[in-house]
Design a protein around this ligand. Structure first.
Ligand code: NDP
Ligand code: 2IT
Length: 449
């Protein structure tokens, strides 16, 4: 129950309107619980109807995506774009292709994206989209035909000043290439800034591929330093997932002196007590889209265990969940705490359930929430848009330097906000409040209707 009657009313309305959207309710409630702590100081939010407006997407688009498989059979998927908030910039956020995709998941992701994008300090609104299409096991030609059909409809709703999609689960460089090709053909215009995460030879930015994982480690390093006088040096790290975010988090954590000992995919996890050999992982995952199980067949001394949640039984100093939402519940969190873990930072979006976050915070484990910790991906997307506008490309070092500065500033911004709210160290509170206040002020100054 929220203290504020106003916020409780907003929450009840969101739940009543869409009773089946559990992930969306979860994201909204976590945000409202933070806002509950400062709402008394801001009567203008209720007076002007800011919060009920904030939790309702500006626009939700759903569409049919028909495509022909390699057997010549017509398949039909569903496509979505949730354009949540465009107060501080064009809608911005990834596309997820995964069989579990539905409106609840995309609304939670779009909602989080508003706050995350606000924290980057770059001018980007919040959105998310995708499809229940499963790229796993599909040929390149099938993925291409799907992407072309998806973009044939999506193109009428996006644009470099309107809405700029990028990748997320199941959408990487290959998919962005096909999507961009179709946008260019259908629109007859070379508008590089309409998508981010593009290939380097057609407007992509250096570091975008690495950005989420690198950014996660930069923010975690700053948190360890400021809040514990510590660092990655000599630490044991467990990272869930083995996709884009996990791989480059593993790379940067290792560069910063840590030993990463476990990675997973949706089937199971590998444990390599000597430290993960990332070249082998890249060869499996980026080379031929294989399963993480292969690692144990190739690297002596490592083991594979079925079931992806078991990864959290591997003891570590630092836990970086980088797979998907709600992978860590209260029970897993208690296991992590018991093992003496000192920090948890979310690379995935909402990988920790609310009970898990409570466990970490009560036990004094440093906790960095996704909307701050994984903001490096979209921040570098913002830098890609800047470069596209300038028709110029920065060097790797230049983009990396800017990314590091952005992540360090995000940490300090949310740390300060938590302190100002009277809860020093509560970075969940700090991220929600710092992210929201900027957007709310703009909504107030632009007028809602
Ligand atoms: P990828 O598709 O590259 O990798 C996803 C990884 O997570 C794979 O190892 C996958 O295993 C695993 N995974 C996916 N779904 C599930 C599931 N339901 N249960 C268990 N494991 C699962 O995606 P990314 O690395 O890009 O994304 C990972 C997370 O990071 C997501 O939460 C995403 O929203 C978030 N994120 C991504 C950003 C980006 O720039 N890409 C930016 C910020 C956040 P399998 O191969 O078996 O499916
Ligand atoms: O969740 C995310 O922040 C992303 N998938 C990246 C979005 C983007 O527009 O780069």
């Amino acid at each position: 129950m929220l203290k504020s009657e106003y916020l409780q009313r907003v929450y009840t309305q969101a739940v009543t309107r869409d009773p089946d959207q559990r992930e969306f309710h979860q994201a909204v409630l976590e945000f409202l619980e933070s806002l509950d702590q400062i709402i008394d100081q801001h009567p203008e939010y209720e007076k002007k109807g800011i919060v009920e407006t904030f939790v309702e997407p500006e626009r939700v688009i759903t569409f049919r995506v028909p495509w022909v498989d390699d057997q010549g059979k017509v398949q039909v998927n569903r496509g979505y774009r949730v354009q949540f908030n465009s107060s501080i910039g064009p809608y911005k956020g990834g596309l997820r292709f995964h069989p579990t995709v539905n409106l609840s998941i995309l609304k939670f992701l779009g909602f989080e994206q508003i706050l995350k994008n606000s924290l980057t300090t770059l001018p980007m609104g919040g959105a998310k989209g995708g499809s229940d299409f499963d790229p796993k096991g599909k040929s390149d030609e099938e993925v291409m035909r799907f992407c072309q059909s998806f973009m044939t409809e999506l193109q009428r709703h996006i644009g470099q000043f309107v809405d700029v999609p990028a990748g997320d689960i199941g959408v990487g460089a290959r998919e962005i290439g096909y999507l961009f090709g179709q946008y260019r053909r259908v629109r007859g215009t070379y508008a590089a800034g309409v998508l981010t995460g593009k290939g380097l030879s057609f407007g992509g930015s250096l570091v975008r591929t690495e950005a989420t994982g690198y950014g996660l480690c930069y923010l975690t390093q700053e948190m360890l330093s400021k809040m514990k006088g510590d660092s990655f040096q000599g630490k044991t790290v467990v990272i869930s997932g083995s996709g884009n975010v996990a791989i480059f988090a593993c790379q940067k954590a290792t560069e910063l002196g840590a030993k990463v000992v476990a990675l997973s995919d949706s089937n199971g996890y590998i444990h390599d007590p000597k430290g993960i050999d990332l070249d082998v992982v890249k060869d499996i995952k980026l080379g031929h889209r294989g399963r993480i199980k292969e690692y144990a067949d190739r690297v002596p001394g490592s083991t594979y265990t079925e079931g992806f949640r078991g990864i959290w039984n591997v003891p570590c100093d630092i836990a970086l969940p980088c797979a998907t939402q709600n992978e860590i519940d209260g029970e897993i969190a208690r296991t992590i705490v018991k093992q003496g873990t000192i920090a948890v930072a979310e690379g995935a979006n909402m990988p920790c359930r609310p009970e898990a976050i409570q466990e970490f915070q009560h036990a004094g484990v440093l906790f960095a929430p996704a909307k701050a910790a994984n903001a490096g991906g979209v921040a570098t997307s913002g830098l890609e848009m800047s470069q596209n506008s300038m028709r110029y490309a920065w060097s790797f070092e230049e983009v990396d330097r800017r990314l590091k500065t952005i992540m360090t500033n995000i940490f300090h911004n949310i740390y300060t906000a938590a302190g100002e709210c009277g809860k020093p160290g509560d970075l969940v509170l700090g991220a929600n409040i710092a992210g929201f206040m900027k957007v709310a002020d703009v909504m107030l100054s632009q007028g809602l209707i």
